[in-house]
Design a protein around this ligand. Structure first.
Ligand code: 2IP
Ligand code: CA
Length: 376
């Protein structure tokens, strides 16, 4: 299944191109940032162009994976539904057609006939990415497509993507917000057990090329199955050694009780905040934080599946916080990806409803769980 990884790297790059094009091309950018409300609202236009861009990315991935691995059709899930309704109540199912022209024609129907925008979007979808700067040579993955499912988050941290603040991020440093927090996430899990076994994280806005002024991306990937654990990131030995306190990253909207408890454990300097569920797990993958703690059920399977696979490949993982607090602090209740939360409705069925802790080192996880016991 190294072929599946190669394909996911390629489609993630296509997705990253679409994300970059939507910000670079003026007619698309206009649509991305504009809110159509009140009298200005064109009833033939889909409510939300951002969602359309997300759906288009998701469909590109679904289309390409399904074409090469037909056994996986029906098991490729994403955050968005591809059915759109415009203000006139007309329904359109957005799919990727076999030619660029056909895709453009279809997209124009949900863009109120805006053929310029539709053509630009269709061109990005149908363009093959140039080269992928990451090697998977010599990797063999003992998995069969008929045992696998996929979770796609076309763009995680959409608010940062739309806002588009350009931060200069220093290597080895976590930066709380900005375009670099927006990520394409593609995770693969085992249908039988729900374990995450392969993940691709594409960061479309990693750095700006000073010569051309255009954005360059970066791809991270990992495989964790049987005794194979391979990751494109070599994690620096934890920054936490000996007497050094733990470092933890949180959502700025985290509960006060969690903030206070972890501030006592980490000290104010080592308690950090960042946007994007995927970006926060990526910070743990890169060793920029020891853990990411989230007490709410505000992330979903598509947010955590891909980065979870990379953390597993590095010897870490992502556990359910609520369940972990109920168990002995050394028991690890890892998140799984194959079953919905039966009490949830709609998208909430796929929420990580017990919250989570993403960690690189299990002894650090135990310290965090012990600290949070009885505090939530
Ligand atoms: C969001 C996004 C948010 C995150 C939220 C995710 O996904 O990653 O940033 O909240 O949990 O579901 P926070 O940044 O507070 O951690 P999306 O952007 O795809 O809706
Ligand atoms: Ca998301």
């Amino acid at each position: 299944m190294a072929d599946l990884l190669k394909l996911l790297l390629r489609v993630s790059e296509k997705a990253a191109n679409v994300a970059r094009v939507c910000r670079q091309e003026a007619p698309l950018f206009q649509l991305l940032v504009q809110e159509k409300t009140g009298d200005d609202k064109n009833k033939k236009f889909v409510q939300d162009f951002k969602t359309l861009a997300d759906v288009v990315i998701q469909e590109v991935i679904r289309n390409d994976v399904g074409a090469q691995f037909p056994e996986m059709v029906g098991f490729i899930h994403g955050e968005e539904s591809n059915k759109f309704q415009n203000g006139l109540g007309e329904c359109v199912t957005v799919t990727v057609r076999s030619t660029e022209e056909d895709t453009a024609t279809l997209l124009a129907t949900v863009l109120d006939g805006d053929l310029t925008a539709a053509t630009l979007l269709a061109r990005a979808i149908h363009q093959d990415p140039v080269t992928i700067n990451t090697s998977t040579d010599g990797l063999t993955v003992p998995l069969n497509p008929s045992e696998l499912g996929i979770w796609i988050d076309p763009i995680d941290a959409t608010s940062q993507y739309i806002e588009g603040r350009e931060e200069v991020v220093e290597d080895g440093h976590l930066s709380p917000s900005g375009l670099h927090c927006a990520l394409v996430l593609i995770g693969v899990y085992l249908r039988s057990t729900g374990e995450p076994v392969m993940g691709v994280i594409n960061q479309p806005f990693n750095h700006k090329d000073p010569a051309s002024g255009s954005w360059q991306g970066k791809i991270f990937w990992g495989v964790s199955c049987s005794d194979i654990n391979v990751c494109s990131v070599s994690r620096p030995k934890s920054l936490t050694t000996g007497s050094q306190p733990l470092s933890v990253v949180l959502s700025s909207s985290e509960k006060q009780a969690v903030k206070e408890t972890l501030a006592l454990l980490c000290g104010p300097e080592k308690l950090m905040y960042a946007s994007g569920a995927g970006y926060k797990i990526l910070c743990v993958i890169q060793g920029l934080a020891d853990a990411y703690v989230l007490s709410e059920g505000s992330t979903f399977k598509w947010d955590s599946c891909a980065p979870h696979a990379l953390l597993r490949a590095l010897g870490g993982g992502v556990v359910d916080l609520t369940k972990s607090l109920e168990c002995d602090s050394d028991v690890k209740v890892e998140l799984t990806y194959h079953q919905p939360y039966s009490e949830g409705k709609g998208a909430d069925r796929w929420a990580n409803y017990g919250g989570l802790v993403a960690y690189g080192d299990s002894s650090q996880l135990s310290i965090i769980i012990r600290a949070l016991k009885g505090k939530l």
